[in-house]
Design a protein around this ligand. Structure first.
Ligand code: TXA
Ligand code: MG
Length: 341
């Protein structure tokens, strides 16, 4: 049976939401859109359902899941305490792409938190996601809906490609708005610590709290967010990121060498630089000053190059402004090689 259902992002059809919520209530797995990427969701209070997610994703058993909620009363079921600083952030950024870590409530399954004493929680800003959680009458645990290590899915088709019919249902709400995963911020200790960058920037958080926050370098060998130590966001193709003043020349020369060796290379660049790479296979994702659009398209570009049989993806560095800082973090993690020119 077909397991993909198209659903309206602005006015999700009640019938479809109820159908999906029934699957969640019965312990099934439903992929659904959020404003960041698609999530692979199950009832956060059902250990067996949670185990299905780990199995489907081939996710390492020490990598905990984010619990998605649709109301503050659900937060009280999940977190043991909500520090005043977290309340400030919640007021401004929820619903939205900010995941907060709290000391966990005792009744949260250790399948979700992987034996840590904290729980990650987020209220997504997507009507389909919110109504699904509401109708399921339970918080929904959901990692990104990709096979572990692959780029996160920004379209329903990406989820289908990774999981086929092994997922009970995929709700297709179109392309996700942001395109990279949420910011992850640990609020469980006195000093807030940024564990993963995302659309909500360090500066926005610091401005709201009126203090500097710590940032855990994602290259650390034992990061606090277990997920950050795994290879990530990687397409099948090799990824080379080219930085610095002479990057255009370097990209041209590298792509030239590869094509002489009959290795299929693909270039990811900006609209204004496309003209430099006329004889090559190119995806120009946005203009340089429109990094939000670039962010929306980057994971899809990785996946499309894979389907096109590209062996090496050469990515031009992105400007480190706005969400560019978070996009850059993804590119560096995906890279097999970084060339500084
Ligand atoms: O935007 C998003 O966050 C998407 C959508 C679906 O909400 N979800 C997502 O989930 O990206 P996932 O599982 O792919 O990434 C969650 C990250 C991982 O790095 C994980 O290790 C970390 O959050 N994490 C979850 N719970 C944690 C905890 N209790 N302590 C530390 N890190 C935690
Ligand atoms: Mg993920």
């Amino acid at each position: 049976m077909k397991n993909v259902l198209k659903i309206n992002l602005y006015r999700p059809q009640k019938k479809l939401i109820n159908y999906a919520a029934d699957i969640i209530k019965k312990g099934g797995v439903v992929a659904f859109p959020t404003e960041t990427v698609y999530g692979l969701g199950a009832d956060a209070t059902n250990s067996k359902a949670i185990m299905k997610i780990f199995k489907l994703k081939k996710r390492p058993s020490d990598n905990p899941l984010i619990v998605h909620i649709s109301s503050i009363s659900q937060l009280n079921e999940v977190a043991a305490e909500i520090p005043p600083k977290a309340e400030k952030l919640i007021k401004i950024f929820w619903p939205g792409p900010l995941t907060l870590l709290f000391k966990k409530n005792k009744n949260i399954s250790k399948n979700i938190t992987c034996d840590l004493d904290t729980v990650a929680v987020r209220m997504p800003e997507n009507k389909i996601a919110l109504e699904l959680i509401n109708s399921s009458q339970t918080p929904i645990a959901a990692p990104s809906a990709n096979i572990s290590g692959k780029p996160s899915p920004t379209k329903a088709g990406h989820v289908l490609k990774d999981f086929g019919v092994s997922v009970d249902l995929i709700l297709d709400g179109g392309q996700t708005k942001i395109g990279i995963e949420s910011t992850v911020l640990d609020m469980s200790e006195k000093k807030p610590m940024l564990l993963r960058r995302g659309a909500i920037s360090q500066i926005e958080i610091e401005d709201t709290l009126g203090e500097n926050i710590l940032f855990e370098n994602s290259q650390s060998s034992k990061p606090k967010a277990p997920g950050m130590k795994y290879t990530h966001y990687s397409p099948h193709a090799e990824v080379v990121v080219v930085k610095g003043k002479n990057r255009i020349r370097e990209i041209k020369s590298l792509a030239g060498k590869l094509s002489n060796r009959n290795e299929k290379a693909g270039i990811i660049t900006f609209i204004e630089n496309k003209k430099y790479f006329k004889n090559f296979i190119v995806k120009a994702l946005s203009r340089k000053n429109d990094i939000n659009l670039y962010s929306k398209k980057i994971f899809s570009a990785f996946r499309d190059f894979d389907s096109e049989g590209i062996a090496i993806i050469i990515v031009e560095e992105v400007p480190l402004t706005g969400i560019g800082i978070a996009v850059n973090e993804r590119l560096i993690k995906a890279a097999n090689q970084i060339i500084n020119t």
